[in-house]
Every structure is written in structure tokens, then in C-alpha cells.
Ligand binder design. Sequence first.
Ligand code: URA
Length: 236
Amino acid sequence: MGLHPAAMALRLVSGPRVAELPEEPTSGAQAHLEAIASQVRACVLCPLHQTRTQGVPGTGPATARVMAVGEAPGEHEDREGRPFVGAAGRLLTQLLEEIGLSREDIFITNVLKSRPPGNRDPLPEEVLACAPYLDAQIEALQPEVILVLGRHALQRLLPEAPGISRAHGTMIHRAGRTYMPCYHPAAALYKGGLLGTLRQDFQRLQTHLQHPVATPAAASPALAPPAPADEQLGLF
Ligand code: URA
């Protein structure tokens, strides 16, 4: 079994062990996603496997146009083996339904596939060890838009981006992919004022999906404050 390119790159720069993933899908995106899920469930690459109940690879169809990436499983997700099934998940489901999507339409996953004890923030070495799983899921899915939920997902997927308070609600093109950062739904549960902002950002996602724009091959030049509609902004 060959080493996934992301894993290979990480091996060069890092001490921690990282996942070894198949280089090519054996029979299409669904089979590849299932292979990744099996590896996540068996993963022992970081100490989180000692405290988790189970790995949480992600859920959703291989044909999903949208992939949502959160931070890490919490208590409910750890127990059920599915992402976003607690209070933040209920809000995510509601926000999706408000723009005409059901959570079954999209692929939902996290930066970390195992729960950090007490829901503490992910450690850099955990993010590094888990990185090839998320990279391989993105590669298998080829989503039209990656919904980046909160600052940890933003830091992992777009490390050069400004903070979530500036980046949210903008369509960011990088390396042939389109990302839309937004606040994490859990943040809106604690800070009710963010709910309206989240709703607006989800409406931008809806507009984007209704009027798809070809993703520029190159990143767009500069990031501006949140755009009023489906304006194309970039970072680098
Ligand atoms: N549930 C998840 O699966 N991920 C989060 O980031 C928060 C809650």
C-alpha cells in the first residue's frame, strides 16, 4: 500500500506518526471513503485512541457537493460514532435546512477524528497525525465547496487566512478548491449575536450553489471584509 502524498509530506517534516492511506481509490469515491473510515476506526496514531470510545470518520454521500469540516468529535459524537449529533449539530442541521439542504445531502467531518478529553482544543501533533485522513476525504469527494466551521478548521485548511472574524462568509479559492469559512455553530450557541451572521453566511453558500462559478485555478489576490453576495474573494 503506497503512502498518501499528504502523509509523505508530513513524514518529511514531522516526528509524529501519520496515517498511511491508499494512493488511489480502489473503486470510486464511495469505496475510498469507506476505506478511510475503516482506517479511522482502527487508528492508533495519536494518544487520543486511548481515551476515545470510537473514531468518528464522517458521514455523507460520496456525491455531496458540500463538505463541512468542524473541529473534533465531542461527547455525543464519540458515543454515536457520527459527527455533529449534539447541540451544535442540531443548529448545523437547522441552518442547512433553512437554505434547502438536508444534512444527508452533505459530507460532514472534522479536523480530528477522535474526541479530545474534556473537549479541549486539538493539539498541533493531533492535527498533524490526523491530517492525511481529512486530505484523503477531500481528494475522494472533490466537493464544490468546503464549509470551514470555526477557527480550528480554518487554521488547518487555510493556515494563511486571517482570523474567522474576517474570513467568514467569503468564498476563498486555493489550489483548485473553494472554501467558505464561517463561525462554528457552537459559537452561536454561546453568543447568540453570531446566529444572524451564520445565517447570512449560509445564504451566501446557497447563492453560490445556485449559481456555481468555475473555481479559478489560481488563488485570488486579496481578502476583503465579508462580501454582500457571492463575491469571489481570495487570500494569497
Ligand atoms: N461536533 C462535531 O462533530 N464537531 C465539532 O466541531 C463540534 C461538535
